[in-house]
Design a protein around this ligand. Structure first.
Ligand SMILES: [Zn+2]
Length: 432
């Protein structure tokens, strides 16, 4: 019997109890995934092809390259215009199974694909997420490792026996191991799409790990990045599930390991030189965290429904985070065209981001008041804006209220006249 069935039975038997909160009619509840089993490469490929052909309007299946043994590194996009970047719409990604023997993420990604596709057009949350976000899902970054994986260590590395999460260029250490085909493919992929937010799904513990993952001294201590607050907020969004939030996950394996609120700075746990999340942050506009989904890396298939149940809310909430902070467009006042590669700086945070092809940008921020500057082509700063980001009430509400930037409009106009460039905020922040 599945968990869903047992819950349904429970609520049926308690219908007479007047204290029971009203249960939504079955037809209004989102459809839960039905396919809970382990998928080897051939099965996974079939699954992805099935969903891309059954839901052509909202999916696009592509490959970013090949593994050592020539398997495709598949990505399924789910969005209302899946094949193109829409101006102003943020790009989000999940990458799973980078360690071939950590398989829960891979199956959760297939569950998520099923959930998003089957509920699009009927469930308001799914419909809004899919319409307003371009969601890229890579269920396996290490398909070769998976094929030989067992519980334990087998299959962790790629087919050349390199650990892919130690294979990216590092800010403190020179990585001497040859860059692997999977690593190169992912690096090129991340350079080709203006990703804003990402999570890298692993197994072996139960915690959200955020940058930096290492430090110069290679010692276990907090290695703070300029966006530490943002990363803590992002991590806590995911760690809200009760088991992770508890923060003492694998008692049998690591008796003395505690993670306050289920999150940890990477280097404060252990040093990971050459990791993927830091490379994202330091070389692209993408903020990535690493999520450890459970103490067991390769659980029995019968346990998979439980993992979905435990993670489904967190997986959706984390995608919603791509709509927090501030977003907008930098454009040339003479002809209105967007400016590529303009720099967006936030005073007090030593980490700039740049605009995408049509001048659009997304800057993840925690609630607060910020001075934000845009500059382009060596012209120096041409806009200094101050506005508050209000506390988010619900996950789907944008942080930036329309009134905040309407009030600022006259200010923009004066800047435009002076420097012949405009800095404009998109007023329809969250399309309905
Ligand atoms: Zn791992």
């Amino acid at each position: 019997m599945s968990t869903t069935e047992s819950t349904a039975n429970k609520s049926d038997s308690s219908l007479d109890n007047k204290n029971t909160p009203p249960v939504l009619p079955t037809q209004l509840q989102p459809v839960q995934p039905q396919e809970f089993r382990h998928h080897n490469f051939a099965d996974m490929e079939l699954f992805l092809r099935k969903y891309s052909s059954e839901f052509p309007a909202i999916t696009h299946l592509y490959s970013v390259g090949h593994s050592v043994e020539d398997r495709e590194l598949y990505v399924l996009v789910i969005s209302d215009n899946p094949k193109v970047h829409e101006h102003g719409e943020p790009e989000f990604k999940y990458v799973a199974n980078m360690h071939g023997n950590e398989v829960v993420g891979r199956e959760l990604m297939l569950n998520l694909i099923e959930y998003l596709c089957r509920n699009y057009g009927t469930d308001p949350e799914v419909t809004s997420l899919v319409n307003n976000t371009r969601i890229h899902i890579m269920p396996s970054m290490n398909p070769d490792g998976y094929e030989v994986a067992t519980e334990g260590y087998n299959g962790r590395n790629n087919s050349n026996n390199f650990d892919l999460n130690r294979n990216f260029p590092d800010q403190f250490v020179t990585i001497t191991e040859p860059k692997q085909p999977e690593t190169i493919a992912v690096m090129n992929w991340l350079k080709s799409i203006p990703f804003v937010l990402s999570a890298n799904l692993h197994g072996g513990s139960l915690v959200v790990n955020y940058p930096y993952d290492d430090n110069k001294e290679m010692v276990t201590q907090y290695s703070q990045c300029p966006d530490d607050e943002v990363f803590q907020q992002l991590s806590k969004t995911y760690s809200q599930n009760p088991m992770m939030h508890n923060g003492h996950p694998c008692e049998n394996l690591y008796k003395n390991e505690y993670f306050t609120e289920g999150i940890t700075n990477g280097a404060n746990w252990y040093n990971v030189p050459g990791g993927m999340q830091d490379w994202n942050y330091l070389n692209t506009n993408c903020f990535e965290v690493t999520i450890e989904l459970g103490c067991v890396k390769y659980p029995w298939a019968k346990d998979l429904p439980g993992y979905w149940e435990q993670n489904r809310r967190a997986l959706l909430n984390f995608i919603h985070q791509v709509h927090t902070g501030v977003k907008g467009t930098v454009s040339d006042i003479s002809d209105g065209t967007g400016i590529l590669n303009a720099t967006i700086s936030v005073q007090g945070i030593d980490h700039n981001i740049t605009t995408a092809l049509t001048g659009d940008y997304w800057r993840l921020l925690t609630p607060g008041t910020y001075s934000i500057t845009a500059s382009a082509h060596g012209s120096g700063p041409f806009g200094l804006l101050k506005f508050p980001i209000v506390q988010q009430e619900s996950m789907a509400t944008p942080l930036l209220e329309p009134s905040c930037f309407l009030n600022l409009l006259p200010f923009y106009v004066s800047i435009m006249a002076k420097i012949q460039r405009s800095l404009e905020y998109v007023s329809a922040y969250y399309k309905t």
